[in-house]
Design a protein around this ligand. Structure first.
Ligand code: GLC
Length: 730
């Protein structure tokens, strides 16, 4: 009897203890789980949370049953599994995935719903692979068309980048997978990325470069952010007190965990006091050889623990960091709502294809050479496809965003499926291997032979589809190096010009993350730019070329006629790529179209530009100020013969002010649903007053100017269909 009594008492106590283990209660609020877990941890266990325990994981608390954090690249899909401690592939046989289109392609859709679909699909693949943090998306600003990683980002305008990244983050995190928004901040070039110090005005910093990150914090509550390698005000951004503790955590009230870029941490005291929460990739970042340097040797490892034990850093600093990491663990790894996910499902391929189809931009379509629908292509007896990108894998290479895919549908395969025997192919040029930090020496004899073969075949065809552009090779669209020229590489310009002389029915299709020069533009009938389309590249491209899908993509960057037209170039090397690792953003807020439109520099193709197979008419826009917002309305009508989607863009012109402002700044946009011929849609776009605030350099704060504002509605920044004014008095 007595024994049973004691047993039942122990069970009750045990039960109370168990239920008192709030951190293990999946239904308890995250903050209570954090607090309870922290109170049970030793100092050493708190330290272990703050740094890597392998290439892509950081520790949990094994003794308490708190899970580790599994991280992985990248913004376009889940990277292949690497070995525990090295950059070498682990050679798994079940980690082939879907490569989704590049984020510049997503931005080019201007479609928030597709951004939501993207975040949902890609995070399902991360979840299925057991990952808790996906190392992406990226929203660095495309200030130079030479940036090797621009393809991973969302263009030159902070509002477009911010608006298009928010749905992606919201839907990914709804699945219990944390996004890791990168690279915070000013990682806008790859040249000298590990040590360049960016000199920039407070106004440009706030209005342009911080803005998309701030939008993601305020509207999507992104759970982790990756610090960038470069410096700001002479301090590395992975542990920059003013940037991380001041702006991100205090001013913006961000409660997530700041993750270093791999190898971005440089000293213990700065890492301790400068806002870093999880140190990754130190001494295993490829900057130095692998060594017997252990994970406890990390700056936030033993060295930090020593400072805590000596009282040189208060325990509160450690508790603050550990709380942020625990919060991330309970939001992801130990989140009962986290999805199982799936890999390579039809649904994922559909999302991939749709984003590609809506991200493709039709830049030129003379004599309606496109679409190549049955009424047209039956006229042609022989369609010649020329160019390496018709067959080359563009999902491999590029650096940390490279992917191992289950299958990639190439443009040539898709063209052959659609147009069958009419398709002939000539490679035309070659580019060597897509190797990280290695450029193959190309054989001029082989190049000449490939070119000669293409020119010979061109003589007997009646339509040419050239498929080229950039690729993921080093010094093209690839991490750790920038492009060395604004021109297309591998002799493509000469090849296109000579092909156009032989056959004037020529459509140029390009892939790439950046604008480039088109000296042959007047000699070709059609131009289509695709960014990178991922695993369904062939289907997306051929659906647009054939007219199955009417293109609706709009440029998220300005294509300049020539490199020298970009605003920073006139300031010399100091403005890019910098001198002695000091770079000065001398164009200030006049990035991209803000420069071109304000200074009447005619671009090759303006920001927001993209043609359709149909036409649209705009009604007169109206604007009304209601409470703390301005609403712009406009009716768009499909006046053509085929169904299509249109993106209406709203640019604001501020009242005259002391500080120079761009003549136009994007403040709203909306994409119509698919409109049938004759169908109209009235778009209502609301602009919160806060979005109209400008950064006052002197006052070091945001200000809403009083006066007459003009809202211009257009189909691109230079093609305005109507304007409306509204007086704003605060
Ligand atoms: C790289 C990149 C970063 C990536 C990380 C892990 O150096 O800068 O974007 O997520 O290391 O591969």
């Amino acid at each position: 009897m007595k024994k049973n009594f004691i047993l039942s008492v122990l069970m009750v106590v045990g039960g109370m203890t168990a239920s008192a283990q709030t951190y293990l209660n999946p239904n308890a609020p995250v903050e209570e789980r954090v607090k309870d877990a922290l109170g049970r941890m030793t100092t050493h266990e708190k330290i272990k949370l703050l740094h890597a325990q392998s290439k892509f994981t950081s520790a949990g608390v094994p003794r308490l049953g708190i899970r580790q954090l599994n991280m992985d690249d990248g913004p376009h899909g889940v990277r292949e599994e690497l070995e525990w401690n090295t950059w070498s592939p682990a050679r798994w046989t079940n980690d082939s995935i879907v490569a989704f289109p590049s984020l510049t392609c997503l931005a080019s859709t201007w479609n928030r719903d597709l951004s939501q679909a993207y975040g949902n699909a890609v995070s399902e693949e991360f979840a299925f692979r057991g990952k808790d943090i996906m190392l992406g998306p990226g929203v660095n600003i495309q200030r130079t068309p030479l940036n090797g990683r621009a393809f991973e980002y969302m263009g030159e305008d902070p509002f477009l980048a911010g608006e298009m990244v928010v749905p992606y983050i919201q839907s990914a995190q709804k699945n219990g997978v944390a996004c890791c928004l990168k690279h915070f901040v000013l990682n806008d070039q790859e040249t000298d990325r590990f040590g360049v110090n960016v000199n920039i005005s407070e106004r440009a910093m706030n209005e342009i470069y911080l803005a998309p990150f701030k939008r993601a914090v305020e509207k999507a509550n992104v759970w982790t952010i990756m610090g960038s390698y470069n410096m700001w005000k002479g301090v590395h951004c992975c542990h920059n007190d003013e940037l991380l503790n001041g702006i991100l955590k205090k001013d913006w009230g961000w409660d997530g965990a700041l993750v270093s870029d791999w190898g971005g941490t440089t000293n213990t005291m700065e890492a301790a006091m400068g806002g870093l929460d999880i140190e990754m990739g130190t001494y295993t970042d490829g900057k130095t050889k692998e060594s017997d340097f252990g994970y406890d040797d990390y700056y936030l490892g033993n060295a930090f623990e020593k400072l805590i034990k000596e009282g040189k850093v208060p325990m509160s600093v450690l508790d603050e960091k550990a709380s942020r990491v625990l919060r991330t663990i309970f939001r992801t790894a130990m989140n009962p709502q986290k999805v199982i996910g799936n890999q390579c499902s039809e649904a994922h391929y559909d999302v991939c294809r749709q984003i590609g189809e809506e991200g493709i931009v039709l830049l030129k379509n003379e004599k309606n050479i496109l679409p190549l629908d049955i009424a047209k292509y039956k006229k042609y007896s022989n369609i010649l496809v020329v160019g390496e990108n018709a067959t080359r894998s563009l999902t491999q290479g590029g650096g940390s965003s490279e992917l191992k895919t289950l299958h990639d549908d190439s443009p040539l395969d898709a063209l052959k499926r659609r147009y069958e025997t009419m398709i002939d192919y000539a490679q035309g040029y070659y580019s060597g291997r897509a190797m990280y930090d290695h450029v193959d020496k190309l054989d001029p004899v082989k190049q000449a032979e490939l070119k000669a073969e293409a020119l010979e075949k061109a003589k007997s065809c009646d339509l040419i589809i050239f498929i080229g552009g950039l690729n993921k090779n080093t010094r093209q669209d690839c991490e750790n190096g920038d492009r060395e020229s604004y021109d297309l590489p591998y002799g493509q310009n000469e090849l296109i010009a000579e092909l156009a002389k032989i056959q004037k029915n020529i459509v140029v299709v390009t892939f790439g993350g950046n604008p480039y020069a088109m000296p042959w533009l007047k000699d070709v009938a059609g131009v289509v730019h695709c960014w990178y389309l991922g695993s369904e590249a062939g289907k997306s491209l051929v659906n647009v070329l054939s007219g199955v899908v009417n293109p609706s993509g709009k440029l998220p960057v300005t294509f300049a006629q020539k490199y020298e037209d970009y605003p920073y170039v006139k300031f010399g090397a100091e403005a890019y790529p910098g001198v002695n690792k000091q770079v000065y953003y001398k164009e200030d807020i006049f990035v991209g179209y803000r420069h071109f439109a304000t200074n009447n520099v005619k671009p090759l193709f303006p920001f927001g530009y993209g043609l359709s197979y149909t036409t649209f008419a705009y009604g007169k826009p109206t604007v009304e100020k209601t409470g703390d917002a301005v609403t712009v309305s406009v009716t768009v009508t499909n006046t053509g013969k085929v169904a299509g989607k249109e993106v209406a863009q709203v640019y604001v012109t501020y009242p005259q002010m002391e500080q120079a402002r761009p003549v136009k700044e994007l403040k709203a946009f909306a994409k119509t649903p698919l409109l049938d011929p004759g169908e109209s849609e009235t778009l209502r776009m609301t602009i919160p007053m806060d979005d109209l605030a400008v950064y006052d350099e002197e006052g070091r704060g945001w200000d809403i100017a009083e006066g007459m504002y003009t809202f211009s509605v257009g189909t691109n920044v230079n093609d305005i269909k109507g304007k409306a004014d509204v007086q704003i008095d605060m």
